[in-house]
Design a protein. Structure first.
Length: 309
C-alpha cells in the first residue's frame, strides 16, 4: 500500500487496482447523504416488542373494540422481512405506534391491551440505584409510549427505499405507498427514485460497500448509516441526451424488476417460476451493465468488480 493513501478520513486494505477503482467511484459520484439531502433514517426501537408488536388477530380485536385503534396500528417489518426488489412482507406483524406525546385516553382498547405489560413497560428512574429492574431503560417517555422519541415519525408514511441492517449484499427495495413502519433492524431513505434503487442494488455498489464498510462472520455486510451515507451516487446531467437516456433506461429496468418480483409469488407452475427467475436474472445483468456505463468503468475495472482474472 502507498502510505500516502492511508489518510485519517478512512482507508481499506486491498490491491492497487481495487484502491484505484474505489477512488474513481468516489470522484465520479456524490455521497448518498448529499444526494438525498440527509433523508436517511433508522427504524423504531419499542423497548418491549411483545407489548407493541401484535399479530393480525390482535389487531382486528383491538379495532373491533374501538375503531379509533386503527389510527395507530401500522403494518410492521423487521430486517428479515425486507428483500431485494421485493414488496416488504410484514408476516402478519403490526405495530401499536404510541409515539411520544400521544393522548392515550383517546385509544381505550389500546390502553387496556398495554396495561397487561405495565410492569415491564415502566421506564427505569434516572436515579435508580438498585441492582435489578424489570422495566425499560431511563427516558422521557410514559410507560405506554414506545421507547424511541422518533420525532421523524411522519417520514415512515412517505414513499421510501428500505434495507435491512445485515445482508449478504445490497437488499434495497421500494415501499412505494409509504405503507410500512419498521423496526430498528431496518433503515430507510425517503425517496421513491427507481434510478437510485437500481444503483444501490447493483453489483458495483455492493463491491464498493464491501471494500469500504464493516463485514461480519460469513461475509455478510453491516449497513451502518455512517457508511451508507458515503456511497457515491452518479448524478445524471439531464441537459445531456445520453445521460437522460441512461436515467430513463434505469427507471424502466427497475420498474420491470419490481413488477417481476411482484409477479413471482403468483407463478402457477414450476416452469412459469423458472421463466420469471430467468427474466429477473437477465434484467439484473442489464442493470449492472448500465451502472458500469454510468460510472465509466473499463473492461479491466469490471473484471475487478466481478472478481475475474
Amino acid at each position: 500500500m502507498e502510505q500516502s493513501t492511508l489518510t485519517d478520513g478512512g482507508w481499506t486494505l486491498g490491491d492497487k487496482r481495487t484502491e484505484q477503482l474505489l477512488k474513481k467511484l468516489q470522484s465520479v459520484g456524490r455521497p448518498l447523504e448529499e444526494y438525498v439531502m440527509g433523508g436517511i433514517y433508522y427504524g423504531i426501537k419499542t423497548g418491549l416488542n411483545k407489548a407493541f408488536v401484535i399479530d393480525e388477530r390482535t389487531k382486528n380485536k383491538l379495532i373491533e373494540e374501538d375503531l379509533k385503534s386503527a389510527e395507530i396500528i401500522k403494518p410492521f417489518v423487521v430486517g428479515k422481512d425486507v428483500k431485494r426488489y421485493e414488496v416488504p412482507d410484514n408476516q402478519g406483524k403490526f405495530l401499536i405506534f404510541t409515539r411520544h406525546g400521544i393522548d392515550i385516553k383517546q385509544y381505550p382498547a389500546i390502553l387496556n391491551h398495554l396495561k397487561q405489560f405495565k410492569n415491564e413497560l415502566m421506564p427505569k428512574p434516572n436515579d435508580w440505584a438498585g441492582e435489578k429492574w424489570n422495566g425499560r431503560k431511563p427516558g422521557a417517555y410514559e410507560w405506554y409510549e414506545i421507547q424511541d422519541t422518533i420525532d421523524y415519525f411522519t417520514e415512515f408514511e412517505k414513499p421510501k427505499i428500505m434495507y435491512p441492517d445485515i445482508a449478504p449484499r445490497g437488499y434495497f427495495t421500494l415501499d412505494v405507498n409509504g405503507s410500512f413502519f419498521c423496526g430498528n433492524t431496518v433503515y430507510f431513505i425517503v425517496t421513491d427514485q427507481k434510478y437510485l434503487l437500481g444503483i444501490l442494488n447493483s453489483k458495483l455498489i455492493t463491491f464498493y460497500y464491501s471494500k469500504s464498510a464493516a463485514l461480519i462472520r460469513g461475509g455478510y455486510l453491516r449497513f451502518f448509516t455512517q457508511d451508507i451515507e458515503k456511497i457515491p451516487i452518479y448524478i445524471p446531467d439531464f441537459d445531456t441526451l445520453v445521460d437522460k437516456a441512461r436515467h430513463d433506461k434505469m427507471v424502466a429496468l427497475v420498474t420491470k424488476m419490481l413488477d417481476l418480483h411482484r409477479y413471482l409469488p403468483q407463478a402457477k407452475t414450476d416452469q412459469e417460476r423458472r421463466l420469471v427467475l430467468q427474466d429477473i436474472e437477465a434484467t439484473d445483468v442489464r442493470i449492472d451493465a448500465l451502472v458500469y456505463e454510468l460510472y465509466g468503468l473499463t473492461e479491466e475495472e469490471i473484471a475487478v468488480v466481478e472478481n475475474r482474472d
